[in-house]
Design a protein around this ligand. Structure first.
Ligand code: ZN
Length: 326
């Protein structure tokens, strides 16, 4: 791994630039032209491309002035490239997730800087979610977002306890994972897609949308998955009987969930429903790339950031001045 922590600002800048434009040609984020004038300082370009008005059909000059980070989540960044690189390295090093509070202590920054930046990364990791999964996949859901609560009233028998937990479960939300099985020999590690919904049933449309036709889908006996039957070959396993039946099993999905539970115990503690999906996306990405070395993971995250559009977290603290992030 290159020494990220000792990189000069110029070296860090070149790293972002070469990942964004591998052929070294600055390209306009609006019209896609790589004809440009280099402006003073050499890190800003003015586009020479031609644009077409979608309504009138008339043509005009683009003339957009852009930099490496224009139209990306790092648009209007305040921090240096070398600082951003250190934050990315920290994000990668936290195998089970990285608490923003820990980053704050490490970087000596405010809480908001790492909080917002980490969410920008998590958002950017979804940039490849439009690539559909195929082959054999496993789908399963996990309850998140609600602490184990003590019954607020004395409970005298098992039936009452069962009733209480029935009510309690209704308050929980589902993190649903779609996981490709790795190919034998490990040439294809298997990709993951994650969504957070109020129930597994509410995630069915998403599951359908991320799969190519012809995919074989392994699920448990939950009735909500039956709706997938019309589109895919469904393999169902009844977990109350055994973990694998007639070749059907969801062990790969389960092993992702053990990472989620570890992160829940060790790092994020409580999954605020608003951010549950973001944490899930982060952990899924880490699971998918668990055999990729840290240096390559940093490159991948920069690539995601450079390809993702502007983040919904841009200006977050201007909009939410007086509030905590949850
Ligand atoms: Zn342009």
């Amino acid at each position: 791994m290159r020494d990220i922590f000792r990189m000069t600002e110029d070296e860090a800048y070149e790293m972002f630039k070469s990942i964004k434009w591998p052929d070294g040609m600055p390209t306009c984020p609006d019209c896609g032209s790589n004809k440009s004038w280099t402006l003073k300082g050499g890190r800003r370009w003015k586009c020479q491309g031609v644009t077409t008005d979608p309504v009138t059909g008339g043509t005009g000059k683009c003339h957009l002035q852009y930099t490496v980070t224009s139209r990306t989540p790092l648009h209007s960044r305040k921090r240096s490239f070398s600082d951003i690189l250190v934050s990315i390295a920290e994000f990668v090093n936290g195998v089970m997730g990285t608490a923003a509070l820990r980053m704050k202590r490490w970087e000596g920054s405010s809480y908001k800087t790492p909080f917002v930046f980490q969410h920008k990364i998590r958002e950017a990791l979804k940039v490849d979610y439009d690539q559909k999964l195929n082959g054999v996949v496993e789908v399963d859901g996990l309850f998140v977002g609600s602490k184990k609560v003590k019954p607020p009233f004395p409970i005298t028998n098992d039936a009452e306890l069962e009733k209480f937990y029935d009510l309690y479960r209704k308050k929980q939300t589902s993190l649903v994972v779609v996981r490709e099985r790795p190919s034998e020999g490990g040439s294809k590690p298997g990709r993951l897609r994650v969504i957070h919904r109020e129930s597994e049933a509410a995630a069915v449309a998403f599951v359908k949308s991320v799969l190519e036709p012809g995919t074989i889908v392994h699920v448990d006996y939950g009735n909500q998955w039956l709706r997938l039957n019309m589109h895919f070959k469904l393999m169902r396993v009844n977990h109350s009987v055994s973990y694998s039946q007639n070749g059907a099993c969801t062990n790969w999905a389960e092993s992702f969930f053990s990472r989620v539970r570890a992160a829940e115990r060790g790092v994020y503690r409580y999954w605020w429903p608003r951010y549950a999906e973001q944490y899930g996306v982060e952990l899924a990405w880490k699971e998918e790339n668990r055999f990729v070395d840290n240096g390559a993971q940093i490159d991948m995250i920069i690539s995601c950031l450079m390809r993702a559009g502007r983040s919904s977290f841009t200006g977050y603290w201007q909009r939410h001045k007086n509030r905590l992030p949850f």
